[in-house]
Design a protein around this ligand. Structure first.
Ligand code: 13P
Length: 255
C-alpha cells in the first residue's frame, strides 16, 4: 500500500480463454462490490481474440479490460501484431508491455519495450511495464541492478496521457508457486519507488507499483500489505473469478 494511491488488482489471462471463459467475467462483474470498487480498481488483460467480447461483457461494470501486448507502430505491415488503436477501438483501456514471457519468447529488449510503452501512453492507455529478475540473477545477488537497468531502459522519460504503472514480477516466481519473502518484496518495491521519485519527482511518488508472481488468495493479504505494493498482477489465479475475487478481497482486511 501507498497512502493516497488506489490499488489495482490486474489479471493476465496469458494464452488462455475462449468465448466460454467470459462467464468468469460475468462472475467478476457481480462479485466486484460497490464497496470494493471504492477501494481498488480491477483490470483483466485478456488474449487479443477476447478483447471485444470481454469489453462488451463488462461494459456496464467497473471491471476494466486490457491487452497483453501492443506494437510500437500505429498501423502497417506487421503480421500478427496488434496496435494500440485496435485495443482501444474495441474497449480496451490498458496494455501490458515487457512481460517476461514476451522478453523471453519474443526476444523483446528494453529498447523494444520502451517504444511500445511510449506508443501506448501517447494513445492514453494504462500501460503496465513489467520488470523482474531471473532465478540466476537473484542467485548472484543482482536483483536490484536488474530492476535499475530495466527501469532505466523501458520507462519513457515523459508522457502526457495514459497512466504509467510498473509491475515487479520476479521471473522465477511466475507460475511456480514460489514467492519472494515479504522482506525481499519490500526492498524491491522501495528501490523501485526511490528510482521513480529521483527520476519523476511527485509523479514517481504517485506511480502504482504492482507485484506479480504466484499471487493467490492465501498470500494476497501479506503481499498487498507491504509498503509500496499498490496492487497485484495475477496470472493463473485470475482465470477463475472465485480466486481473483479472493485476491481482491484482501483489500477488505487491509486498512
Ligand atoms: P502467476 O500468477 O501465474 O504466477 O503469473 C504471474 C504473471 O506472470 C502475471 O503477469
Amino acid at each position: 500500500m501507498t497512502p493516497g494511491i488506489k490499488p489495482l488488482v490486474a489479471g493476465n489471462w496469458k494464452m488462455n480463454g475462449v468465448l466460454a471463459s467470459l462467464s468468469e467475467l460475468q462472475l467478476l462483474n457481480s462479485g466486484f462490490s460497490v464497496e470494493l470498487q471504492s477501494k481498488i480498481d480491477m483490470l483483466v488483460c485478456v488474449p487479443a481474440s477476447l478483447l471485444f467480447p470481454a469489453s462488451d461483457a463488462t461494459k456496464s461494470s467497473a471491471v476494466q479490460i486490457g491487452a497483453q501486448d501492443c506494437h510500437k507502430n500505429l498501423s502497417g505491415a506487421h503480421t500478427g501484431d496488434i496496435s494500440v488503436e485496435m485495443i482501444s477501438d474495441v474497449g480496451g483501456s490498458a496494455v501490458l508491455v515487457g512481460h517476461s514471457e514476451r522478453r523471453t519468447d519474443h526476444h523483446e529488449t528494453n529498447a523494444v519495450v520502451l517504444e511500445k510503452a511510449k506508443t501506448a501512453l501517447a494513445h492514453g492507455l494504462q500501460t503496465v511495464i513489467c520488470i523482474g529478475e531471473t532465478e540466476a540473477e537473484k542467485r548472484v545477488g543482482t536483483t536490484l541492478d536488474v530492476l535499475k537497468s530495466q527501469m532505466a531502459g523501458s520507462i519513457p522519460d515523459a508522457w502526457e496521457k495514459g497512466e504509467m504503472i510498473v509491475a515487479y514480477e520476479p521471473v522465477w516466481a511466475i507460475g511456480s508457486g514460489l514467492t519472494p519473502t515479504a522482506e525481499d518484496v519490500r526492498a524491491a518495491h522501495k528501490f523501485m519507488r526511490d528510482e521513480l521519485v529521483v527520476r519523476f519527482g511527485e509523479q514517481g511518488a504517485k506511480t502504482r507499483l504492482l507485484y506479480g508472481g504466484s499471487v493467490k488468495p492465501a498470500n494476497a493479504v501479506e503481499l498487498m500489505s507491504i509498503k509500496n505494493v499498490d496492487g497485484a498482477l495475477v496470472g493463473g489465479a485470475s482465470l477463475k473469478a472465485a480466486d481473483f475475487l479472493g485476491i481482491a478481497a484482501a483489500y477488505e482486511t487491509i486498512a
